[in-house]
Design a protein. Structure first.
Length: 211
């Protein structure tokens, strides 16, 4: 899959500077992260792994050395870095609403339905249309959880501590075609101020399910 470069007026360097200028205690409280004094880095839990975010060195690394971590630090580095930085400088300590909405229903969400920002949900459908266990296992490998009671398989991924992303798989049957729904809590708009960053988070989840 070819990934479209994320286009944000303010670049990565400015995002690092903004994060660096925030009080550590504030970032930890608002973003749901911790701070490792010895490593001089924030510890952010993402996709089941602990990533170290070092504002002084402008560096993101991972506690574990694995192919899973390498996916975000190499192939998806641009998307992952911008998502993490903008989240950590924007997130608020607020609870989830318990409601779910489609990305297209959020402010600026029209871009999710056409062009280069179209999420590859059809590709996920093609991969798992008859493979419920594969869908569940992939999500679990990346720190996701299974939610029972809706759809044929329902998983919740945690790309960022306060921004869960839900995916619901409907398997192929004699009456209906297969489909995948991607849903978000409306508070994601508070934690991620730019729709391009929200798209990056959704795309990260999609790529994880397609790897």
């Amino acid at each position: 899959m070819e990934l479209v470069p994320i286009k944000i007026n303010q670049g990565e360097e400015r995002a690092w500077q903004e994060l660096c200028g925030l009080p550590q205690a504030q970032v930890c409280k608002e973003a749901g992260v911790s701070y490792d004094q010895k490593r001089a880095a924030y510890v952010l839990h993402s996709f089941g792994m602990d990533f170290l975010v070092n504002p002084c060195k402008m560096l993101i690394s991972c506690v574990e050395d694995s192919p899973r971590a390498s996916l975000f630090l190499n192939k998806l580095q641009a998307l992952f870095t911008m998502a993490v930085l903008w989240y950590m400088s924007s997130a608020k300590d607020i609870p989830l609403t318990g409601r779910l909405v489609r990305p297209i229903d959020l402010k600026g969400g029209h871009r999710f339905s056409t062009g280069t920002h179209l999420l590859p949900l059809d590709a996920i459908v093609d991969k798992y249309s008859t493979n419920r266990e594969g869908f569940l296992n992939r999500a679990l490998q990346y720190g996701g959880t299974e939610i029972k009671g809706y759809g044929d398989a329902y998983v919740r991924l945690y790309p960022l501590p306060r921004v869960p992303v839900d995916m619901i798989l409907w398997l192929r049957d004699e009456e209906f075609p297969p489909k995948v729904d991607l849903l978000l809590d409306p508070t994601c708009e508070i934690h991620l101020r730019l729709s391009d960053v929200l798209w990056a988070v959704c795309m990260l989840c999609c790529v994880v399910m397609l790897e």
